[in-house]
Ligand binder design. Sequence first.
Ligand code: CTP
Ligand code: MG
Length: 184
Amino acid sequence: MLEIIIFFFETVVLAIWLMLPAYISNPMAVVFGGGTPMDLGMKLPDGKRVLGEGKTLRGLVGGTACGVVAGILQIYVAPTLGIQYVPTITAIVTLSFGALFGDLIKSFFKRRIGMVRGAELPLIDQLDFVAGAWLLTYIFAFDWFNKYFISSPWIIVTVLVLTPILHRLTNIFAYIIKLKKEPW
Ligand code: CTP
Ligand code: MG
């Protein structure tokens, strides 16, 4: 029993550690976001915005930069903490940028199905950034992704279960401190 509990906690901590650049870039886009939207207000022939008012360059650049800084800090502190799981520079970039890329793609499809900016799309709103981070990391940092994710399915399962919970808690917090308009 004790072994199971220890394995559970180790897996949760490792999942957060491996996903950290993405877990930082996504909320930091909210902190840095604002200003001109990336679609510059343009609409597609369906009459809906390309991405919407909620996807800005400031959010994308600020969020990605924070994720990259977090990843570089991981490289520096890993030896001190005795952690042998170290992200590569490519993985740091693909996790940070990929997270916001996934969020962007999701917004594109939300607009296409007629959902206004901020409308809730359960589960997809919480996992879009994981999908984007994994996809770009799979493509550009395959060896790293294979070593830590594909070879350890428990990490994948843990991330998929844990992320919606962490996302929910973060957004409720962001809503309370009036950083976000909706608690999702
Ligand atoms: N944000 C941003 N740029 C990004 C991502 C997010 O500026 N690339 C900021 C925006 O202020 C946005 C907020 O973070 O309103 C919350 O992000 P998110 O929930 O992803 O966007 P929504 O406004 O809910 O829009 P959507 O319906 O498209 O998801
Ligand atoms: Mg939203």
